[in-house]
Design a protein around this ligand. Structure first.
Ligand SMILES: [Zn+2]
Length: 412
């Protein structure tokens, strides 16, 4: 078995030119979703499916989500399976959609054409999330070429719509791919990480968005006593929301910052002229809650504060839940985390540590379905920026990390 692993690692190390070729072809697909004014991910997913079939991977499953906004009417989700000695599967997830390039002047080369500079590739999507896609593809190809049957089965999932809400991607997949995933499997989402490869994301805070609406009475600003200034009351309410961290001081060392945060953020426009006292004020609070804090308690506390402020200013204030994504966590001693730790040590020579983030990856959706997911990759962290870049050697080493996990047999 060890000899097989060595052959696989050696084979992967020689795939640099293939990484460049794959990245170039994937980037040229311009896989923007319709919310970003694009035609979706169909061309890119077809390219991936054809490439896998050419490599001899034939167990391909489609879970395409209907979406009349794109040509062909479907948002593609693709799962590929390669057999292993065990019935357990190592699942790797990559999303096919990308974000728009933004200001073209900020790019030093054409965003949809990959530029190579030493070990670095530049282009929209090369890091987010094509580094993962390419690691997954070269791993599948080398397994096929060497005719290896690893300890674990390998499952590759290519999903749509990660950048604009997952409704046609991971959410659709989890609803429709019943029986595909087992809680005994290992789940890795290579869609975040650090440059040193030492961060394994195992937990996400709860994301709670509050919408605060203050209703007062509009009047001329020269006679403020005739009105009820909704902006002024809203400002006090914003401070009261920010102060909720005093009510919910629970700490959690996995996260940075290691506590819940309460941030007044978006503010809707109010009156068009300086000499008007606003009769209405609407703003939002972005709350990120450590797993011990119940979002319903936060909502109740915010509403209690709203009553006090409303009384003082003789206005009315409502607090609504705009969005609530529950906190999620994979135990730091679960098999997928342990397997990642030892594989990262073997390939990158570093000790990776479990940590938590503010929230927002598809791993949270997997965890909500009882599937223990970890988020890991070795990336430059240039996602969504101009001149997004990805390292060829890190792409291959990430594949080697997955190879280590796949080929070892003791993940009990
Ligand atoms: Zn991503």
């Amino acid at each position: 078995m060890h000899h097989d692993l060595d052959k696989l690692l050696e084979g992967l190390a020689q795939q640099g030119e293939r990484v460049f070729a794959l990245q170039s072809a994937l980037t040229a697909c311009k896989a923007l979703g319709p919310d970003n004014g694009g035609p979706g991910e169909s061309e890119k997913t077809r390219l991936i499916a054809d490439w896998l079939e050419d490599c001899g991977v034939t167990d391909l499953l489609r879970f395409d989500a209907p979406d009349p906004r794109v040509p062909g009417g479907l948002r593609p989700n693709l799962a590929a399976r390669l057999p292993g000695a065990s019935s357990r599967t190592l699942w790797l997830f990559g999303h096919t959609d990308v974000v728009p390039p933004g200001d073209p002047a900020a790019w030093r080369s054409a965003p949809w054409q990959v530029r190579r500079e030493g070990d670095m590739l530049y282009g929209r999507g090369v890091e987010d999330n094509q580094q993962a896609l390419v690691s997954m593809l070269v791993l599948a190809r080398e397994l096929q070429r060497l005719r290896l049957t690893p300890g674990l089965a390998l499952g590759l999932v290519f999903m749509a719509d990660e950048e604009t809400g997952n409704r046609y991607g991971m959410e659709y997949l989890l609803e429709h791919a019943t029986g595909l995933f087992s809680p005994e499997d290992l789940f890795i989402v290579p869609d975040a990480g650090s440059r040193r490869a030492d961060a394994i994301e195992v937990a996400e805070k709860c994301t709670l968005w509050l919408k605060v609406r203050v209703s007062g009475v509009q009047c001329h600003a020269s006679t403020p006593h005739k009105g009820r200034n909704a902006f002024l009351a809203g400002a006090e309410m914003a401070l009261a929301c920010h102060a909720l961290h005093e009510v919910f001081p629970q700490g959690n060392a996995l996260f940075s910052p290691p506590c819940s945060t309460f941030v007044p953020s978006k503010h809707e426009p109010n009156v068009p002229a300086v000499n008007i006292v606003p009769g209405s004020d609407v703003f939002y609070v972005d709350c990120r809650l450590v797993p011990d804090v119940d979002p319903q308690d936060v909502l109740a506390q915010a509403r209690a504060r709203a009553e006090e402020v409303a009384r003082r200013h003789a206005v009315s204030i409502t607090v609504e839940e705009e969005r609530c994504q529950p906190a999620s966590a994979t135990p730091a001693d679960s098999p997928v985390v342990k397997a990642l730790e030892s594989a990262v040590q073997a390939v990158y020579g570093v000790r990776a540590r479990p940590m938590g983030i503010g929230g927002g990856t598809v791993a949270a959706l997997l965890r909500q379905h009882g599937l223990p997911a970890a988020v890991w990759s070795c990336i430059e962290n240039t996602c969504h920026q101009p001149n997004e870049r990805s390292s060829v050697s890190a792409t291959l080493k990430d594949a080697q990390v997955f190879a280590h996990i796949l080929m070892s047999c003791d993940h009990a």
